[in-house]
Design a protein around this ligand. Structure first.
Ligand code: PLP
Length: 405
């Protein structure tokens, strides 16, 4: 169990914890500020599911307080589903990076989104307004109404008109999965009025975009992607104000989508290199996007104006041949890892979305989505170039060939 922070307080230490710090500094120190005072360097992993307590009257009062206001429990933890110190460190760090009061971690991105929908439904606000495209399973969860919600799909300009008295949430993703379409968050936040806006910030990460500064009340991450960053941890997190965080903690406690403490540790470790990873991979992605845009085998390239490490492109030829032709690049769904991944959204990540809805959202059958990692740009280009297959010959030769055949 961690020493209570107060016993470790000194003026310099308090300054360090409360002073405004740059993102790169927060990435390394937020959620870990107390460690040195405790004689520790790496964050401790607390795997306990339960904790001893000799004062059950005090526990009753703490549990009553949690049931009423959802505040994080002070002092010794009680039970793993109520809160875990290692996971709490990750939550503190992510809230600092997104510039929100709090963050609540979940077992996956979908568990995080489910908890948000349940919180709003429990308040009697079952209607959701959402902008396509979203991540395929988010689209599916809303369209199928699996949690009893009802969705109205609209474009960013249609949000204000789509709001109803029972609208509990507006949801957008920017840059969106998989087309990398961007929405103007300030304009959308304005259109939402008093309805909370949820922004899925998985693709941008707080390194490139902090939606809370632009009016989002909830910022969601599939932490499985860039926050973890190494393809070895599944997690989700919602950064928001304390009022919504309290409700999310209560839903998490009651429905059980908790993050494992080891995952909390891995995420904290991932966060420390997040700015470096995102900037390096983005530089490579921008270069690959430029080369693809110049390539006659490629019909269209999607690359966000804010940058990032995702590139999507449409090929003239068979997209399945590209997937089958990569060597260095891994043909796999998911994204945000240190290695480069490529996948065909219409077959995998967005397969669960109805084909017409999918195409209507700009997810064409020739679209490929690539998550650029930390490999050397020339090695990646050589692999892509090979996977894209034969280049068409110069136009004059092609013309001659057509005449002769
Ligand atoms: C992967 C993903 C999700 C879902 O997250 P999981 O951790 O797989 O549950 C949600 N949103 C976006 C943008 C994603 O890429």
């Amino acid at each position: 169990m961690d020493t209570p922070l107060d016993s470790a307080s000194t003026p310099a230490y308090d300054d360090v914890r409360t002073a405004p710090r740059a993102l790169a500094t927060e990435a390394v120190h937020a959620g870990r500020d107390d460690l040195a005072r405790q004689g520790l360097h790496a964050p401790p992993i607390d795997l306990s599911t339960t904790y001893p307590s000799y004062d059950s009257r005090a526990e009753a009062a703490r549990i009553d307080a949690f049931a009423t206001d959802g505040a994080e429990l002070d002092g010794t933890p009680v039970y793993g589903r109520l809160g875990n110190p290692t996971v709490a460190r990750f939550e503190t760090a992510l809230a600092r990076l997104e510039g929100t009061e709090a963050a609540v971690a979940f077992a996956s991105g979908m568990a995080a989104l489910s908890a948000v929908l349940l919180v709003r439904s429990a308040a009697g606000l079952r209607h959701v307004v959402a902008v396509r495209p979203l991540y395929g399973c988010s689209d599916h969860l809303l369209t199928a109404g699996l949690l009893g919600t009802e969705v109205t799909w609209t474009g960013p300009a249609g949000i204000a008109d789509a709001l109803r008295p029972d609208t509990g949430l507006v949801m957008v993703e920017t840059p969106a999965n998989p087309t990398l379409a961007e929405v103007d968050l300030r304009a959308v936040a304005h259109a939402c009025g008093s309805v909370p806006l949820l922004v899925d910030n998985t693709f941008a990460t707080p390194v490139l975009q902090r939606p809370a500064e632009q009016g989002a009340r909830l910022v969601l991450h599939s932490a499985t992607k860039y926050l973890g960053g190494h393809g070895d941890v599944m997690a989700g997190v919602v950064a928001c104000d304390e009022e919504l965080a309290a409700r999310l903690r209560q839903v998490r406690f009651a429905t059980g989508g908790v993050l494992h403490p080891l995952a909390g540790y891995l995420l904290l470790r991932g966060l420390s290199t997040l700015p470096v990873r995102v900037r390096a991979a983005s530089a490579t992605a921008a270069e690959l996007a430029a080369r693809l845009a110049d390539d006659p085998r490629v019909a269209r390239v999607h690359y966000p104006s804010i940058g990032g490490a995702m590139v999507s492109f449409e090929v003239h030829g068979d997209p399945h041949a590209v997937i089958g032709g990569v060597g260095l690049i891994t043909p796999a769904v998911s994204l945000g890892s240190v290695d480069t991944l490529i996948q065909h959204p219409a077959s995998i990540s967005h397969r669960i979305v109805d084909a017409d809805d999918r195409r209507g959202a700009g997810v064409g059958d020739r679209l490929l989505r690539m998550s650029v990692g930390l490999e050397d740009v020339e090695d990646l280009w050589a692999d892509l170039d090979r996977a894209l297959g034969e280049r068409p010959g110069p136009p004059s030769v092609r013309g001659l060939h057509e005449v002769m055949s």
